[in-house]
Design a protein around this ligand. Structure first.
Ligand code: UDP
Length: 328
């Protein structure tokens, strides 16, 4: 049985990856410090012998007994609100965290795949974004802690690949959505759906003309699995090229949820990218991959998940315990 370590296992993407690799017959070792992840996302796996879980901070020393074939590094806060609330942890997990994963990979002879992001392109001046574009990132802006950590993460991963001969894979993930997104992480989809379900107006930041391209989580997971098993060490964009403005997106959510609320406008956050669309030519050519689930279908499935949340979960606005996370 192949053994795979997934960091960030209790998070949105990590938990879907745990499900997929369990289904594919792997022994899955999940790791999470539960700052932004939730045990609820992986509770159903605890009864399986094929699954084990370490409540551990990957930014500190990690030890996994026995052999290890693969490591997926998916631990990280991943929304602008999270970076503002926990900037130091964001920097640490993208630097110290990946360093620990690469060291473990070297000791075990494991292959490492890291979750990188379209944020490495910053507020892009090239559209759509190809992997050869180096980006337009503000290192000292609010997104800098995430963007630069992810850029460093790519750099150290390539260094371990080139210098130590470690097998590495880099996926640049574009906006992804689906069940288990945290309702209160500030991202646009849970924000809009949460507002609709609570009977609040939908908040558009700026004039709503900024664009994003949303990929359904199952498509993303398929792309990641294919990349892991490929022999390609350079970064690969994985996302859905279907691009819309945030205003159009709000209209789609209003229609989907049948809410009678309207949209209201708020200030655009600093360094909010104006447009984003992945060029997925590489993924098509190298992985024979492209997204299969369109937004209508993906949103339907995602809304069905959010409808199962309890009233308390819907009302919850913040689950951080800051006292616990003060950096000494
Ligand atoms: N956004 C919005 N209203 C919200 C939350 C987000 O208009 O309540 C906007 C946000 O300013 C950005 C886009 O939606 O332009 C996507 O935001 P998200 O945080 O989901 O992802 P990212 O900006 O990292 O792509």
């Amino acid at each position: 049985m192949k053994r795979i370590l997934i960091t960030g296992a209790a998070g949105f993407l990590g938990s879907h990856l745990c499900d997929r690799f369990v289904r594919d017959g792997y022994h899955v070792i999940g790791m999470d410090n539960l700052i932004t992840g939730r045990l609820k996302n992986i509770e159903h796996l605890f009864k399986l012998e094929q699954f084990e879980f370490y409540n551990n901070d990957v930014s500190k020393f990690i030890h996994i007994p026995g052999k290890l074939d693969y490591i997926l590094h998916f631990a990280s806060p991943a929304s602008p609100i999270d970076y503002l609330k926990i900037p130091i942890q964001t920097l640490k997990v993208g630097s110290l965290g990946i360093h620990n994963c690469l060291g473990l990979a070297k000791a075990k002879g494991a292959r490492v795949l890291i979750a990188s992001t379209s944020e490495v392109y910053g507020d892009p001046t090239v559209h759509p974004q190809t992997e050869s574009y180096w980006g337009n990132v503000n290192p000292v802006g609010p997104r800098g802690v995430y963007d630069e950590a992810k850029r460093f993460q790519e750099a150290i991963t390539m260094a371990y690949h080139n210098f130590h001969g470690i097998e590495t894979r880099i996926v640049r993930i574009f906006n992804t959505y689906g069940p288990r997104m945290r309702l209160n992480d500030g991202r646009v989809l849970p924000a809009f759906i949460g507002q609709a379900l609570r009977g609040e107006d939908l908040t558009i930041f700026g004039d709503g003309s900024q664009t994003r391209s949303f990929c359904y989580v199952d498509d993303l997971v398929e792309g990641i699995v294919r990349l892991l098993h490929s022999d390609y060490a350079q970064p690969v964009n994985v996302g859905n090229p279907s691009e819309i403005t945030i205003s159009q997106f709000a209209e789609e959510i209003i229609k989907l949820t049948g809410t009678s609320q309207k949209v209201i406008y708020k200030d655009l956050p600093v360094d909010d990218p104006k447009q984003r669309q992945p060029d997925i030519s590489k993924a098509r050519a190298i992985l024979n991959w492209e997204p299969k689930i369109d937004r209508a279908e993906g949103l339907k499935r995602t809304y069905a998940y959010f409808q199962t949340l309890t009233k308390d979960e819907l009302e919850e606005t913040d689950h951080y315990n800051f006292d616990k996370y003060i950096i000494k």
